[in-house]
Design a protein around this ligand. Structure first.
Ligand SMILES: [Zn+2]
Length: 356
């Protein structure tokens, strides 16, 4: 049995936001091992985290510290949070600028321990050099004006992944609310501008992330795109009926496109009972991976932790705990080749197919 550290590439973290806002990260340093948040450089190294998609996320003022209390209803076996309201373009633009600057500051301050990666070759070079590979991702396209000038500008700066929506409407489409039990079929599909955005991302070679997008939007993208379908952080609706999760029909479309789903570690996306209980067993995460692999094949399943943006199983803890997840998967019967695919290679294949 191979016990050497498993290399992991992760499809989604909110580390940039967590570090930037003191009410989230508490002013911790990325370069010092902390008990706060989930990812810092020492914990990434301990856990085998070789790189990932680093999200720039713009929030509404009333969501600054999580869902507004008046918008949240919790009952036995479920919860309902009203769909977040749109973020004005000017606010999105200004906040994105600050967060992108802080992303590049972090790379600068790392003294070559963390690098921007725009190609699979660059990610692999980072892995070889024991450098953390950071792909720049926007979680929601609010900051992209519909003339798409900002898309080209940020592409030049290194943007290689774009989520069309977060859980709110914007000029391009509409996200799903946080709700359980609920279908992801929650509203209209892409706008005409949304369809143009997809075509332009295809042309430039920017990954389109379908996480948080509603069902009609998902299938609108599927009908247009010539790239693999990717949902960076989500899970199977069949096991956890959250509106954020994917129906079997969506999963089958991912398989057909040779894309992937990054399995979220967020307890709300994992728990079948809809309880907002932090002490979620790691087995719920293993069950998700098992279900997804059985449904759409091991080539189409990867990780999308949502570290630094979500409550994850206490047993896992943080990035340093990733080997516990790998061990649990191994004990559940996944062999070395399968683990290599889920932990690392599937992301490399999909990014390579998208960026070329
Ligand atoms: Zn998210």
């Amino acid at each position: 049995m191979n016990k050497s550290k498993q290399l992991i590439f992760d499809g989604h973290n909110d580390t940039i936001t967590n570090l930037y806002y003191p009410h989230r990260g508490g002013g911790r340093s990325f370069f010092v091992r902390s008990e706060r948040g989930h990812i810092d450089l020492p914990r990434a190294r301990t856990g085998g985290l070789a790189g990932g998609l680093f999200a720039v996320f713009v929030t509404n003022d009333n969501w600054m510290k999580g869902p507004p209390k008046e918008d949240l209803t919790v009952r036995k076996g479920g919860y309902e949070i009203k769909l977040a309201s749109p973020v004005p373009f000017e606010k999105a633009r200004a906040t994105t600028r600050l967060l992108v600057d802080s992303f590049f500051d972090l790379i600068e301050q790392s003294g070559r321990q963390m690098k921007l990666a725009c190609t699979v070759e660059e990610i692999k070079q980072c892995v070889g050099d024991n450098v953390l590979a950071a792909v720049l991702h926007f979680e929601g396209a609010e900051t992209i004006d519909t003339d798409l000038a900002a898309l080209h500008e940020y592409y030049k700066q290194g943007l290689r992944s774009l989520g069309i929506c977060w859980s709110r409407p914007n000029a391009y489409g509409c996200g799903v609310p946080f709700r359980f039990p609920a279908s992801p079929d929650t509203g209209p599909g892409l706008t005409e501008d949304g369809k143009r955005l997809v075509r332009e991302c295809n042309r430039l070679g920017i990954l389109i992330d379908l996480a948080h997008l509603n069902l009609k939007g998902f299938f609108d993208v599927a009908a247009i795109t010539d790239k693999p379908l990717v949902v960076s952080h989500s899970a199977a609706h069949a096991l956890c009926a959250s509106a954020r999760n994917l129906t079997d029909r969506q999963l089958d479309a991912i398989k057909e496109s040779h894309g992937l789903i990054g399995v979220s570690f967020f307890r709300n996306d994992l728990r079948g009972d809809g309880e907002l209980e932090p002490d979620t067993p790691l087995s719920a995460l293993v069950d998700q991976v098992r279900y997804l692999v059985d449904r759409i094949g091991v080539e189409h399943v990867a990780f999308g932790s949502d570290f630094d943006g979500a409550t994850v199983p206490r047993e896992l803890g943080d990035a340093a705990g990733l080997p516990k997840l790998v061990d649990a998967l191994r004990q559940a019967g996944f062999n070395r080749d399968e683990l290599d695919k889920v932990c690392f290679h599937n992301w490399m294949r999909v990014l390579g197919d998208t960026w070329k």
